[in-house]
Design a protein around this ligand. Structure first.
Ligand code: UT7
Length: 331
């Protein structure tokens, strides 16, 4: 019997129109373009403006972009997963709303939360449903409205994050393309270093928590940086050794976009030059669950059938990992 693998067969994206530049941030906090550019690689990010627009707005747009480009009938989609750290509502699945709005009337849907690793973990989930033969079309979306949980008076976080969404469709493949291997990790030690303190079951919201700014993202940047560099590099290297790949076999490194220096350190360990590293952090900053699918959408035209891609991510929790995937189509 031919083995069924799970391939990405279409991608889509959406970023909001509003561009938040380093210059504008200089008017909110004590920072400057030179510091932000040299320490992070970020020049600008997109921000979703407008009353009543949440993460679902961007998720829907990215799914519509995907469906329109590849002429996908939403009624054929079996499952919609939305990877997000910023759901529309604390209770009520964002994915369920997105599925209904895009016309995926025969799908079931749920959210997946693993901070910046949500899309990476979601790739594993989507692929497993396909490989098992249970479903034929799984739509995985990574979307985050980070501006809804960022304190624009905190220079340690406000310079980093942006809003956006990307989508990828997973379908069965009989040519051994698609997801080949994965190594996914987590460690609860990270909870102290990157978190939103209040608003969950540990500390429900009160006037006091709002006053104290405990509903915003808190990050101990230096510590997270250290863990991110060593762990992203370790798991990426593991994907190569475990699959007997050399750097020449790799066409693309697809790294989470948190900091240009973390990306470069991972690339060095994998041994690939910058021409093989997908990067858009200068334009979008860190969009959390959306970084990986945004990269795929931005680089889609350069990808060729059979290309070997190494995905790597690191995020709050801590959560991290790497995935080895063979690209399945020429665009
Ligand atoms: O995606 C989820 C995972 N997240 C990450 O992977 C993020 C990991 N962390 C980082 O990317 C970096 O740690 C940051 C970009 C957040 C910070 O960069 P850093 O090089 O680690 O800076 P630092 O916190 O060590 O601060 C260095 C100096 C300090 O000044 P002193 O004490 O040396 O005088 C800070 O006060 O830079 C100062 N500083 C700033 N200066 C201008 C910190 N933030 C800023 C700022 N503008 N925005």
């Amino acid at each position: 019997m031919t083995k069924i693998t799970a391939a990405i067969t279409a991608v889509g994206k959406y970023v909001p129109e509003y561009v938040l530049t380093n210059k504008e941030l200089e008017s909110y906090v004590d920072t400057n373009d030179e510091w932000i550019t040299s320490r992070t690689g970020i020049k600008e990010r997109r921000i979703l403006k407008g009353e009543g627009l949440g993460t679902s707005y961007m998720a829907i747009k990215s799914a519509e972009d995907l469906m329109q480009k590849k002429n996908i009938n939403p009624e054929e989609i079996d499952l919609v997963i939305v990877g997000t750290a910023t759901p529309d509502l604390p209770v009520a699945s964002t994915a369920a709303y997105v599925a209904s709005e895009i016309g995926a009337v025969n799908a079931f849907a749920y959210d997946l939360q693993a901070a910046c690793s949500s899309f990476l973990y979601g790739m594993s989930t989507a692929a497993s449903y396909i490989e098992s033969g249970r479903y034929k079309k799984v739509l995985l979306i990574g979307a985050d409205k980070m501006s809804s949980i960022i304190d624009y008076k905190d220079r340690a976080t406000c310079i980093i994050f942006g809003d956006g969404a990307g989508a990828a469709l997973f379908e069965p493949n009989t040519e051994s393309l698609g997801l080949q291997d994965e190594y996914l990790r987590s460690d609860g030690v990270g909870r102290d270093f990157l978190r939103i303190e209040a608003g969950g079951s540990l500390m429900p919201p009160t006037a006091e928590t709002v006053k104290n700014g405990q509903h915003f993202v808190y990050q101990e940047g230096k510590t997270v940086f250290k863990y991110a560099v060593s762990n992203m590099a370790d798991v990426s290297e593991k994907m190569l050794t475990r699959n007997n790949l050399t750097e020449e076999d790799i066409q693309w490194l697809v790294p989470h976009q948190a900091n240009k220096r973390i990306i470069e350190a991972t690339a060095r360990r994998v041994g690939v030059g910058s021409e093989k590293v997908m990067m858009n952090i200068h334009r979008y900053g860190n969009t959390t669950s959306a970084t990986l699918p945004l990269l795929l959408a931005d680089y889609e035209n350069q990808l060729k059938k059979g290309d070997n891609l190494i995905f790597a991510a690191f995020g709050g929790g801590f959560t991290w990992g790497a995935i080895y995937l063979k690209w399945a189509y020429n665009s």
